[in-house]
Design a protein. Structure first.
Length: 243
């Protein structure tokens, strides 16, 4: 088997004091804006904060929020088919941002408000679980895991627009209605080089044959890794199939 040696190197520079302040707001039920590798996101953990996020984005409830997690926690919150474990492991070793469509581990969601759950899943009981999303949001997720809290997120902009990796592009209608914002355009700019970087890749792993349903940052590298693990005809590309 050929080796896959690409690693998405980050500088390791981020403001931990900002993370601490943002997490305090999150834990108390607030809505927070955070930088990621692909622009800014809104993050919350309660029904009230997530509903407000959907209202601010003018987003349909059917376009569910993603769940922020890490490789170390993925099998706690989702059901990962054994056939895909090697692929996910190698992708994580390369520090590539990716969202996986997977069945939910119901034990991880049993204590959540039912109305909140409805904003974070599809009718078939799947959700999108995102790993390697960036230093700020990953640290927020680490804190949340210690408190047995799940974090839910969407891009910090009205649906169908985008923030182009700049805090000012989020818009006052959103900025003025969140509880805290971590602002670090320089961090986002590390990866934000072209249109492809405006979103993360998403892959449906609910069947034995992976389906790449949204192209995004480092799509070419992720396709190489898919080919390496599954063979050139062992996966499909169906960009735009993400609900």
């Amino acid at each position: 088997m050929k080796l896959f040696t690409f690693i998405d190197q980050e500088t390791g520079k981020y403001n931990i004091e900002e993370v601490n302040r943002a997490y305090s707001v999150l834990k108390s039920g607030g809505l927070v804006i955070s930088p990621t590798k692909v622009g800014y996101i809104m993050v919350g953990c309660t029904f009230e904060s997530i509903k407000r996020k959907f209202d601010l984005k003018q987003r349909k409830k059917s376009k569910s929020a993603v769940i922020l997690t890490r490789y170390e926690n993925l099998e706690v919150v989702s059901l990962v088919p054994s056939i895909h474990q090697k692929f996910i492991s190698l992708l994580n070793q390369s520090n590539l941002l990716c969202g996986f469509i997977l069945k939910r581990n119901k034990d991880a969601f049993v204590t959540l408000n039912k109305d909140l759950v409805d904003y974070t899943k599809q009718p078939n009981e799947t959700s999108c679980f995102v790993i390697n999303h960036g230093l700020y949001s990953e640290q927020l997720e680490k804190f949340a895991t210690l408190d047995n809290i799940l974090l839910f997120a969407s891009s910090a902009n009205k649906s169908g627009t985008g923030n182009k990796g700049k805090f000012k592009n989020i818009g006052d209608s959103i900025i003025k209605n969140v509880n805290y914002s971590i602002i670090d355009d320089e961090y986002v700019a590390q990866r934000y080089q072209d249109k492809e970087a405006e979103q993360g890749v998403m892959i449906d792993l609910t069947s034995d044959v992976p389906s790449l349903i949204r192209l995004g940052l480092f799509s070419d590298k992720i396709v190489q890794l898919l080919s390496l693990i599954y063979g050139e005809k062992g996966f499909t590309i169906n960009h735009g199939a993400y609900p």
